[in-house]
Design a protein around this ligand. Sequence first.
Ligand code: ATP
Ligand code: MG
Length: 319
Amino acid sequence: LTRQLLAYSRKQVLSPRLWSLNDIVREMESLLRRLIGEAVTVETDLGAYVGHVRADRGQVEQILMNLVVNARDAMPGGGRLSVATANVEADAAFCAAHPGMSPGSYVLMSVKDSGTGMSAEVRSKLFEPFFTTKEVGKGTGLGLAVVYGIVHQSGGGIDVDSAPGKGAVFNIYLPRAESSQEESEGVLRPEKDSQPVGGESILLVEDEDSVRRFTAQALESQGYRVLAFPSGREALAALDDPSVRVHLAISDIVMPDMGGKELAERIRSLRPRLPMLFISGYADQPEGYDPLKGESLLQKPFGLSELTKRVRRILRVGA
Ligand SMILES: Nc1ncnc2c1ncn2[C@@H]1O[C@H](COP(=O)(O)OP(=O)(O)OP(=O)(O)O)[C@@H](O)[C@H]1O
Ligand SMILES: [Mg+2]
């Protein structure tokens, strides 16, 4: 929820760079498969020569993640999900039907499910913040509001095709960026040499179930072993056993019983050299984390690539 709210209220794009849309989808695929569970068949159909987008990568990941989670929720008894990409040329007629878009070249990311579908009434309210048909405690109604915000801020557009019992297709159009040689090389190189090192074990402490699950799955998809705990107390109990090997501890800062700061102190008394990465849900820099003690900070909301890049760097060179 924090991630969604921050993304929703954020006005400027954070760090727009050139990304290959297909690469983003490809790299998220295994995470999405795990998110969606075994009852749903996942297919991807990535077009050849699909262009680049100039975007904040975390935001593109967030669009895809929100659409896929919605699709999963619409298929409680299983079904089929497909994610497709393509290049699209938008002409005047197309733009007339897609407010905010102007004629030109776009890339399309399309998410299709075979779920319950929706009525015209639901469809008309879909993108309103806090509109949800899910029961209390299940949905906040921010997923699509965030998607809408990101897409429109990027100069793109969305369309939806759905009817009750007929599944749903969400088409996201993002402006296609011309990839000059040096720019795309600059983008692709860090990606290439940042292949998962793998094998390291990471202790993860986060009280919020969904954030813990997302973070653990993200790290596992990169080849790390993850020991995840909902509280500092349980994490400390695990570390008490010296045969438990851990290379990095990641912890939320604000948690009900024991906060991240206190946890870090107590972890240090057990494992003095263990690097510590705090993840913080607040827009402001929390006081008192100390790089000299091997502590660093990652601000929520973060995307898969930011998280794994940071983890790799810490494991390589320390906090
Ligand atoms: N693929 C889909 N199939 C059927 N209905 C959908 C689909 N995607 C969205 N909806 C409908 O649109 C509503 C709003 O979606 P949105 O993602 O904004 O919120 P939510 O999923 O209810 O909550 P949140 O995403 O904040 O957890 C959903 O409650 C659902 O009724
Ligand atoms: Mg949703």
